[in-house]
Design a protein around this ligand. Structure first.
Ligand code: HEM
Length: 182
């Protein structure tokens, strides 16, 4: 997993819960917390942080993943405004994720391993999303989707989520709410 992910998680936890909480998580996870954006670190380190947070906040690890995804989308967007400048809705971000956005990410972060993410728009406007990755981070994807909605001032309703680990299928409805950015 690229260092940028860890750095965004650190930013999110520090902003929300303070530097001491972050240090506590690092200690509990047994990590030194030194990352560079382009460096590659073991996926297990993310799992160790998620598990430490799950214990500390008494939440299921999947819920921690969701919160992390939700809390880091805006940081990801701020890091790469050029990748989102043509977008005014999470709908087109999701539709372009597999074909444009993540392939661009792989150019920016050599050695990055992005998930496969097939998105189709149904006749009724609902989006059907099919995530696949050996990292099995479906709940993180869920959180990023909700975070993307919030970023564009939309609210995302998850109508169904079927998560079998390395694959996760979701059906979502995107609704306009207030405070749109795009
Ligand atoms: C709603 C939109 C997005 C979703 C649902 C999403 C989903 C994910 C997920 C779940 C991962 C974890 C890796 C895995 O599961 O195998 C990931 C990795 C990543 N994504 Fe996205 N992503 C989104 C948008 C973006 C955007 C806008 C950027 C950049 C501006 C981005 C950059 C990255 C990077 C850098 C990684 C790490 C790859 C690695 O460490 O090897 N993603 N994405």
């Amino acid at each position: 997993m690229k260092g940028v992910v860890f750095i965004l998680v650190e930013e999110f936890v520090t902003d929300q819960f303070g530097a001491e909480a972050w240090d506590g998580l690092l200690e509990a996870a047994g990590l030194d917390g030194v990352w560079t954006t382009l460096g590659t670190y073991p996926d297990e380190h993310l799992a160790m942080l998620v598990n430490a947070a799950a214990e500390r906040f008494e939440l299921p690890p999947e819920q921690v993943q969701r919160l992390v995804g939700q809390g880091t989308f805006s940081g990801l967007a701020a890091q790469h405004p050029e990748l989102l400048e043509d977008h005014t809705s999470s709908r087109t971000v999701l539709l372009d994720l597999n074909g444009i956005i993540h392939p661009e990410v792989m150019k920016l972060y050599p050695g990055a391993e992005v998930p496969w993410f097939d998105v189709t728009e149904q006749a009724d406007g609902l989006l059907h999303l099919h995530y696949r990755s050996r990292r099995a981070l479906g709940p993180l994807a869920e959180g990023l989707i909700v975070g993307a909605g919030a970023y564009f001032g939309e609210s995302i309703e998850l109508l169904s989520v079927v998560d079998t680990g390395e694959e996760c299928q979701m059906v979502i409805r995107i609704e306009q709410s207030t405070g749109a950015k795009g």
